[in-house]
Design a protein around this ligand. Sequence first.
Ligand code: ADP
Length: 354
Amino acid sequence: MTNRQTHPQQNAGTKSQETDLAIDAQNVNVTYEDGTEAVRGVSLRIKKGDFFGFLGPNGAGKTTTIKSLVTLLHPTNGSVRINGYDTVAEPDKVRRSIGYMAQETSIDRELTPRENLRLACELYGVPGDQRKDRIKALLDLVDLQDVADTRAGTFSGGMKKRLDAASVLVHRPPVVFLDEPTTGLDPEARLRLWDYFERINEQGTTVFLTTQYLEEADRLCDRLSLLQDGQIIATGSPDTLKSEFGTDVFEIALKNPLEDRIKRAVQAVRRIDALEEPTIRTTEDGFTIRSTGVRETAGDLFAALEDTGVSVSDFDIHSPTLDDVFLALTDGSSDTAGRADTGMASISTQEVST
Ligand code: ADP
């Protein structure tokens, strides 16, 4: 994303340590009282203005990490600086310099959007003479101006999330933390939130987003970390990760896909020398091959299948997705065992095109 500017107004007071890092976490460990090691040695260096994604399946440790970044819990080991402030030594300064949107919306359902934002302005100490303009700008930003005076309890899930997002921004924090903001929303509501998050990032706000939707991270983030079992397993831009860890994917559907026919077809594919270390997984109606150079071997592949006497009913070759990256990093060795489950939630093509 281009044209980022430093946010014009930051209520953060005097910086204790000048830095171009919005988030600087060093070797963070969080162990809960029952002994669960939820976060194990997470380090993050996120530049001001970045749109950063923290991606992982349920239980990976995303919420625990975000809580340690926003001062809701102290790391068992390690240190965190947000906007130059230490989260343990200077928690109030950290809190004043961030917006945090938790998984559960924090808006008051009995109040209207305008009243909710007024309340947020009071809580964050926004000067009285600036409140009216700021509330209007935020209502415009999240497209709630038409319902600004309607009780929020009547709103859809997406509208509540948009209001929640607006209310964590009233004090113009330079960094905003969003914990799975689109989980459970319908596709249209999700797309509108994406649009909104992109807008606030373009205005200069650093965004730290946790998500279990690979497509969401791919679409929005400049950089992301993949988290599994409390540890970061890869970090980079979506494109870098895909080119580094992903390979092209060849999906093949067979006519009459009985188990023994699929098995025979897979054995034939394995005998093709030109395929470099293919990872082959069976599917309901055929199999997928992940391998470098799989596009170039398409001719050999169809010939081998024909020799085996199995007919192809459909096929597709596509570039790697983040899903493929995650599979390669977490489960690259298991093949023919069926489509491995990354635990990551998927947004279907039909959904995102709505
Ligand atoms: P995610 O946000 O990626 O779904 P969490 O941070 O919520 O992951 O959870 C990480 C791990 O920590 C999980 O194994 C979860 O069961 C455990 N956990 C979360 N909160 C607590 C808690 N308060 N006490 C003990 N274990 C917890």
